[in-house]
Design a protein around this ligand. Sequence first.
Ligand code: UDP
Ligand code: MG
Length: 328
Amino acid sequence: MFDKPENQEKRAGETLYLVVPCYNEEAVLPETSRRLAEKLEKMEKTGLVSGKSRILFVDDGSKDKTWELIEGLHRENTKFSGLKLSRNRGHQNALLAGLMTAKQYADMVISLDADLQDDVDAIDRFVEEYYRGSDVVYGVRSSRATDTAFKRGTAQGFYKFMQALGVDIVDNHADYRLMSRRALEALSQYREVNLFLRGVVPLVGFPSAIVTYERHERFAGESKYPLKKMLAFAFDGITSFSVKPIRLITWLGVVIFLASIIMLLALLIQKLFGYTVQGWTTLMGSIWMIGGIQLLCLGIIGEYVGKIYAEVKQRPRFIIDRLLNDEE
Ligand code: UDP
Ligand code: MG
């Protein structure tokens, strides 16, 4: 039997789940839910998605009335679903909880922020790309005009830095993306606790596409990502994906060790010509040599630590796209 390439069929009317993580979002929920429901209804009417599609709000241990609002929405309209985490676990974990729940019911899942900074009207284009055969559709900001110069600068620097460290990450893409069920199934095999979705999703592979959109300003409430959280997030991203910082130590060790040999020669010449005080040569020589050797050793130990790190993450070693085989 041939495993028929799915992307050659014309499909429509599959089930879409919108996953929305919410942390203290009582100020935006009424408006957000109204706009998302409107969007979903339109898509159902045109037959783009099935009537079983839902909007799933994930309450990430909010301290305000967020969960009460979600309960109310669910009571009034079955289009709204809710998932409540036992406590605040942070954006990435809340998102994962929502995605893993939604994949049990949906053919495709789109994640987006509760503040609707990401343009809701891009959703149709996400779904169209999905029907065209993409398992992952990345939402990419076409401009950052509404962000402050500081946020823009730091964010762009971060993407460039990550890429320089060899991490496969999509430029200007936050967590606004569509994933098919099989892409989510593959994602669930990544069991790491320090989760950085933007880095993991490209690792999953499968055909993907990009949809660009304008980013708006948060229409109510405050950002839940203060500078401290943003820095921690960036640091997490780097240390979960790259052992290059460790390799840097090794190279630094090599450079200093080589420099120490040159230093030693220079010191010996100085000593031969009698330009030094007693003990200077031995003292300086040992400081440089020992420093270089120590850094080098640290780097080598670091390489092993990096290997252990990769092992304990137990990432899947491969994910199968399709199999052609005529055995039953
Ligand atoms: N969020 C969350 N848990 C947290 C912090 C944030 O679920 O601990 C959610 C938040 O409700 C929002 C999304 O993550 O839906 C993005 O947060 P925000 O819009 O405040 O970030 P920004 O757009 O300012 O980077
Ligand atoms: Mg936001």
